[in-house]
Design a protein around this ligand. Structure first.
Ligand code: ATP
Ligand code: MG
Ligand code: ZN
Length: 333
């Protein structure tokens, strides 16, 4: 009944969509607390300015209906958007006509965009890497090593193949300082979240271990499990700078626990490391020699875990100079 009234209100596309979605999703036989009179149009706060001004001129039953609907949608936890959009006037929904002539409410593109930016926020990508997307990753600067272009292709293919063909496997990005490992890992994370709808999480390896260790401190009101739960549960985890913490038995156990749990649950882990993807130097090497040699990933996380990583991840080797020194600095000259 009211629907037909809204259809006569072409200036209220958001309202039409709300009415539709309410009728489509209303639980049967569920009693609602119905407000007895419409409050001022300042409520609900989410109503956009433009919609509010249109509503001010609308007949009283329209306003009452709008308020009731937003109230009920909120009760049913169907999110109301905050910002104005020219397509949906802030309702987050738009009415589309199906092939058979019936009408249905669909999420507006503005709502889809808001959802993906919320998910990016939830991925907790540090501000300094927020600009790191696959599109921003350049491979054609003077002197660029070919391995960077190959790595970018692998990253893009990975995003395209996720989640079915990747089947829970991840990537291990290795290379020296500043070749763009973190940039590429974050770029993949952003693409997986925005384009593939994955729930992602970024963690610096040292921060993660520090937080876990800190949870044993009596004065800290958070348990190890509370810190690790999101790490276990994230569909895609970026673990940046694997091996950067001082290797100890405790560190090895914690890393093994995290990586094994994720592997068993077939969850994707994207890892970056500065250490060469090699076994530890043989034990019979002289200690004098081992003190000058470069440490390997095997030294830093233990050989068992390193070899497990080869099963979990496709290894992407990146070679080149420090981008910060070479390209970024040159661009200021
Ligand atoms: N190929 C590239 N295209 C665009 N920006 C790049 C590229 N490589 C690196 N950068 C930029 O250079 C900076 C350093 O890159 P990044 O932090 O990803 O390197 P890294 O290999 O992770 O270094 P580290 O070993 O120190 O962790 C970042 O700001 C990143 O955005
Ligand atoms: Mg890095
Ligand atoms: Zn919209």
């Amino acid at each position: 009944m009211f629907l037909s009234r809204c259809e006569l209100e072409p200036r209220l596309p958001g309202l039409q969509a709300l009415v539709l979605v309410y009728h489509q999703r209303r639980p049967q036989n569920r009693s609602h607390r119905t407000p007895t009179h419409p409050p001022s149009l300042a409520q609900p706060a989410q109503v956009s300015h433009s919609l509010r001004s249109v509503l001010t001129d609308a007949p009283r039953p329209t306003r009452l209906r709008y308020w009731n609907l937003t109230h009920k949608l909120r009760e049913e936890k169907i999110p109301m958007p905050e910002t104005l959009c020219p397509i949906c006037e802030g309702a987050g929904l738009r009415v589309v006509e199906r092939a058979d002539g019936t009408r249905a409410a669909q999420p507006c593109p503005c709502r889809i965009a808001r959802r993906s930016s919320r998910m990016i926020e939830q991925a907790r990508i540090p501000q300094r890497y927020a600009h790191c997307t696959l599109d921003e990753y350049v491979t054609n600067f003077a002197g660029a090593n070919r391995s960077l272009a190959t790595a970018l292709v692998q990253a893009r293919n990975f995003v395209r193949a996720y989640p079915f063909e990747t089947n829970g496997n991840g990537l291990l990005l290795t290379g020296s300082i500043g070749v763009g490992k973190t940039h590429l890992a974050v770029g993949m994370l952003q693409a997986l979240v925005a384009d593939r709808g994955a729930k992602g999480l970024f963690f610096d390896y040292r921060d993660l271990l520090k937080q876990v260790q800190n949870s044993y401190n009596r004065n800290v009101d958070v348990t190890e499990l509370e810190i690790l739960a999101p790490v276990f549960e994230a569909e895609v985890l970026v673990l940046d700078e694997l091996g950067a913490s001082k290797p100890t038995d405790w560190v090895w156990d914690t890393v093994a626990h995290i990586l094994n749990t994720r592997y068993n649950d077939r969850r994707t882990t994207i890892i970056t490391t500065n250490y060469a993807n090699l076994a530890p130097l043989a034990a019979d090497q002289s200690s004098a020699r081992s003190s000058v040699r470069e440490e390997t990933l095997g030294d830093r996380i233990g050989e068992r875990m390193r070899s497990r990583l080869q099963e979990m991840c496709v290894v992407v080797e990146m070679t080149g100079e420090d981008f910060r020194q070479k390209v970024k600095r040159a661009s200021f000259a």
